[in-house]
Write a protein that binds this ligand. Structure first.
Ligand code: HEM
Length: 473
């Protein structure tokens, strides 16, 4: 009897093994990346969120797992089995296989609040169509006409918010400025900053919250704020459409009129126009403002770099008559500042990475990623790797004087979903820096101010700086 029971054990354990593999989405003969799936359903989400809040995703979450399991490892986040990928080869593979092997995958709350018709939810032809409209305004001709508008916006902002003040919050200042630039200079929409800025901020607070629409939750107040924005924008879009159809207004080089022209031609819907205005405001303002804020922090901590940067702007300023705006040609000469900005975004990326969903079973570097699993690419895993950036934790802008390996520097992503506002972000960073450093002396109030994340990174006290106008200004 005992020998009969023992003879049943090997097939019994084999069946258990097969069930285990199937539950983990793994077929026999395939090699899923190693890693821990954590607790049932929530997996390792708590550890991930805890690290994110402290802005320690790399140190506390990614780095220990890379050390233990390698650059490609599995985990479970927000209920989904997820493979985290790091390194230029993996970035290139997953970013350039968008729509073929993977599609971008955002949490339910983000999709509900940005709108189901925004570009990040689009695929294939409808994605190409929307990108085409956006790119027509954010391409070289669009940017050329945008420079003088942006110069005026930045100067107006400094006069209204910096003049006669001894101290300001740099983060708040850059947030309201980029918000205004995107709505006024990119879309051509005038807004009442005092009311609309706060409403947009309310929406952002719910973007990564649990999608629970009950009174008092972050998500529910974000939904209410989103409805307010919807009403304002629908009115604006309809007014523009009527004016363009009636021949009273025409395409004016602003994104709102290009989107409405595409609406009139029947290429996109009214919801698509509205959702993409909302998405672009979000995509632009927290990312760009954080990049500028951290750049000033880096400059404060590296006076040699600041001396070089200041000289670059003073050399341009002396070629200008009083009151004369910068041109795109002037901006193209601002090379060192862009090295400083890129080195800042390498160390302090405004977006830590992005999720994809496998739409087919994927084979990559000997691993199998089952269909339906999530893939998370991260900026840190490549930006902090000495294979691509020697002495990775040191701040050294001149490393960007030479070209960097493709897909190693990815603050703006890559492939078909490469940031559509990359050139606009560059323009805002360079123009703002020009007017600030040529007109103001400044210093950090708290050089050790911590950075936290919720859901994007920001300086916990808003990065106050002391300011005084320069004598020659
Ligand atoms: C420093 C500033 C910025 C950073 C670091 C940044 C970063 C990124 C990243 C990483 C992505 C790719 C996300 C993914 O792969 O899932 C992205 C996409 C996008 N960004 Fe930016 N961004 C910045 C500024 C802007 C600005 C100023 C705009 C426009 C006004 C903009 C518009 C977009 C849009 C529309 C997409 C979606 C592209 C698509 O799905 O085809 N971004 N951005």
């Amino acid at each position: 009897m005992a020998s009969f029971i023992f003879s049943l054990l090997p097939p019994f354990f084999f069946i258990i093994f097969l069930i285990y593999k199937t539950c983990n989405g793994q077929k026999t003969g395939t090699k899923i990346p190693s890693g821990q799936m954590g607790f049932p359903w929530i997996g390792e989400t708590i550890g991930f969120y805890r690290a994110q809040r402290k802005n320690q995703l790399f140190e506390s979450f990614f780095q220990p797992r890379i050390k233990k399991h390698g650059k490609i490892f599995k985990t479970k986040l927000m209920g989904s089995p997820t493979v985290v990928v790091n390194g230029a080869t993996a970035n290139k593979f997953f970013m350039s296989n968008e729509f073929k092997l993977v599609v971008s995958s955002w949490p339910t709350s983000s999709v509900e609040l940005m709108g189901k018709n925004c570009i990040m939810e689009k695929q294939g032809d409808s994605h190409r169509c929307l990108r085409g409209v956006i790119a027509s305004i954010l391409g070289p001709t669009g940017l050329q006409t945008m420079v003088p508008r942006m110069c005026r916006s930045v100067q107006k902002h400094l006069v209204e918010n910096w003049e006669n003040r001894g101290e300001i919050s740099l983060h708040r200042s850059t947030k309201t400025l980029t918000f205004t630039i995107v709505l006024e200079c990119l879309f051509g929409i005038s807004v009442d900053l005092d009311t609309m800025f706060g409403v947009f901020e309310n929406v952002l607070e719910g973007v990564l919250a649990a999608p629970v629409n009950l009174p008092g939750t972050k998500f529910s107040s974000a939904k209410k704020a989103r409805a307010k924005i919807q009403n304002v924008l629908v009115d604006e879009v309809r007014r523009k459409k009527e004016a363009m159809e009636g021949g009273r207004e025409e395409e004016d080089g602003m994104l709102l009129s290009s989107l409405v022209a595409a609406l009139i031609r029947g290429e996109i819907t009214e919801d698509e126009v509205v959702d993409n205005i909302v998405l672009l405001v979000f995509a632009a303002h927290d990312t760009t403002s954080y990049a500028i804020t951290m750049m000033f922090k880096m400059l404060a901590n590296h006076p040699d770099c600041y001396t070089l940067l200041l000289k670059e702007h003073e050399d341009i300023a002396v070629t200008k008559r009083p009151g004369e705006d910068l041109t795109l040609e002037d901006v193209k000469k601002i090379e060192y500042t862009w090295q400083v900005a890129r080195e800042t975004m390498r160390l302090c990326p405004p977006i830590f990475g992005s999720f994809r969903k496998a739409i087919a079973e994927i084979e990559f570097e000997g691993f199998t990623i089952p269909k339906g699993w999530k893939v998370l690419w991260t900026t840190y895993g490549t930006h902090y790797d000495e294979e691509y950036f020697p002495d990775p934790m040191s701040f050294n802008p001149s490393r960007f004087a030479d070209p960097v390996q493709a897909y190693a520097f990815i603050p703006f992503g890559g492939g078909p979903r490469l940031c559509a506002g990359y050139q606009l972000a560059k323009l805002i960073i360079l123009v703002f820096t020009h007017y600030v450093v040529t007109r103001y002396d400044w210093s950090l109030v708290d050089p050790d101010e911590p950075v936290v994340m919720d859901p994007l990174p920001f300086p916990s006290k808003g990065m106050p700086i002391k300011i005084s106008p320069k004598h020659n200004y």
